[in-house]
Design a protein. Structure first.
Length: 516
């Protein structure tokens, strides 16, 4: 006889428990716990009270061939080849492409472009596999896959396939399953972004059994499920998106991907604070977790790998969102600079209150332009307005600037921002922030061919930053001629770039012409 238990589920993070709380213990949101009843078979409840260690053992002759233990040196990895996505930036984040049988979770805010990115990826791979089917056609290493993707993405709207893919166990098709939209709605979006292909199969369902049946029936080169929180299993109770349902859906899809050797891309929802909705089990089970981020005020989108079993987690891919879909940005350096900077569109006279620094985002070195405005305050407590920088860091740097730089901004209103939604929250941006504030306060512009890199301590010291040489080489490539920076840990020679090494904040201001 079935036993019914009362559970309380958080609509924000998916936490569940047997007791109601006004505030969710997991995410801290108020009034988000909803009651639902879960039925369990009596046998299941009895098994929980049974003594441990009673699980039946599989006899030696019944162990499947693929589950047999063997020396690690005899495990063949040559057959594991990555599938290019058609986006070089996507391949960069994944470590060179999609690994067969892997499950990749792509999460992001509503409207950021998750479904558009994966639908366009489906169109790219559908074009690739349509010209495959011969042995040896698949690129065997990550660099070859990335190069293939880059050459394809340069002509992303073309229907000419640049590579041939070997599909020994799969059909030359791509399966896109949507639990949020009808097939007609997906077709409309595919038409808009030019992702319509004869071998791109669409299905609309929220039933897990149907999803598993479609994947086994079609055996596609790639399956995409949009989204993990909308698929429901009839074998377990709970609402869609709840912890029980998400755990069951994830486990079933992962088992299907591993057994059929079909890679699956999953779309994931996020909560108000940006974390992935549902239990943490979802992130633990999948092979790759990617966060698709973007400022709603700009078209720039960033894809980051939070977890990656097959590659690094410090890579970032840059994309541009437009009415025609997603386009990758292979060189995003000029996005965060104004027209007056060397990497900008014009070579105007320098402007006071601006300074350029080089920050690291994954393996990329990106130039970020800091802009500041200093005005006299009429308020008892001066205003500090920031965008793209850490407000607590601004308060600390203002105090250090007063104590060690002899520049008093404590009674002024300070406005600090970055260009195009760039983020300057790395400590290496300290020197550029201080330089921009001092330039605005003294109305003295910094030369547009000069950049500043360095962390400032509370004692007024300019401290070294990680991978300084990499940042300096990027500055030289962008046309900067002078770099004010801390003394490198080892000698650095960057052709075309004059290094002004400083050890204190006072020395840095003097080098920038801001000490008088």
């Amino acid at each position: 006889m079935a036993k019914t238990t009362t559970q309380y589920l958080c609509s924000e993070c998916g936490w569940s428990g047997t007791k109601w709380y006004g505030r969710c213990p997991e995410c801290g949101q108020w009034g988000t716990l909803e009651e639902f009843r879960e039925s369990r078979p009596a046998a299941a409840s009895q098994s929980r009270t049974a003594a441990p260690g009673r699980t039946a053992r599989t006899t030696a002759g019944d162990i499947p061939e693929r589950s047999q233990a063997r020396p690690i040196t005899q495990v063949d990895t040559d057959a594991v080849t990555r599938m290019p996505t058609g986006f070089g930036e996507f391949d960069r984040v994944l470590g060179g492409g999609i690994v067969p049988g892997s499950v990749v979770l792509v999460a992001g805010e509503p409207g950021v472009g998750k479904s558009t990115l994966l639908l366009e990826t489906a169109g790219n791979i559908a074009r690739l596999v349509a010209h495959g089917g011969t042995q040896g056609g698949m690129q065997g290493d990550a660099s070859a896959a990335a190069a293939t993707s880059a050459s394809h993405s340069a002509n992303a709207r073309s229907h000419d396939a640049p590579a041939r893919i070997d599909l020994p166990h799969a059909h030359p098709t791509v399966l896109y399953i949507s639990g949020e939209e009808s097939a007609a709605q997906v077709r409309l979006r595919a038409t808009r972004i030019n992702a319509v292909e004869d071998n791109l199969l669409l299905a609309s369902t929220t039933d897990l059994a149907t999803v598993l049946g479609l994947i086994e029936q079609e055996r596609p080169a790639l399956a995409i499920v949009d989204s993990a929180q909308t698929i429901v299993s009839q074998n377990v109770d709970g609402i869609s998106g709840g912890s029980t349902q998400v755990r069951e859906v994830a486990s079933a899809l992962i088992d299907s991907a591993k057994s059929l050797d079909v890679p699956i891309l999953l779309v994931g929802h996020v909560t108000k604070d940006g974390s992935i909705a549902g239990p943490r089990t979802l992130e633990h089970l999948v092979d790759v977790v990617c966060q698709f981020e973007g400022d709603p005020d700009t078209a720039l989108r960033m894809l980051r790998a939070v977890k990656n079993r097959f590659g690094p987690t410090d890579e970032v891919g840059c994309f541009d969102m437009s009415g025609e879909g997603i386009e990758e940005v292979t060189d995003p350096s000029g996005l965060f600079l104004s027209a007056s900077a060397p990497g900008g569109d014009a070579a105007d006279a320098p402007v006071e209150g601006t300074c350029v620094t080089l920050t690291l985002d994954g393996h990329r070195s990106l130039p970020i332009e800091i802009q500041s405005l200093v005005t006299a305050s009429v308020l008892p407590t001066p205003r500090r307005a920031v965008n793209g920088v850490d407000s607590n860091r601004i308060a600390m740097l203002t105090a250090v600037l007063y104590r060690h730089g002899k520049v008093n901004l404590l009674a002024n209103d300070l406005y600090v921002s970055t260009i195009a939604g760039g983020l300057a929250k790395e400590p290496a941006c300290d020197l550029a922030i201080v330089a921009a504030l001092t330039s605005a306060a003294k109305s003295r512009p910094i030369a547009r061919t000069t950049c500043a890199i360095g962390e400032i301590s509370l004692t007024g010291q300019v401290r070294p930053v990680p991978r300084l040489e990499y940042r300096l080489r990027e500055a030289a490539r962008l046309g900067f001629m002078t770099a004010v920076c801390p003394t490198p840990r080892k000698p650095v020679d960057v052709p075309g770039l004059c290094l002004v090494e400083v050890s204190t904040l006072a020395d840095a201001l003097a080098a920038l012409g801001l000490s008088r």
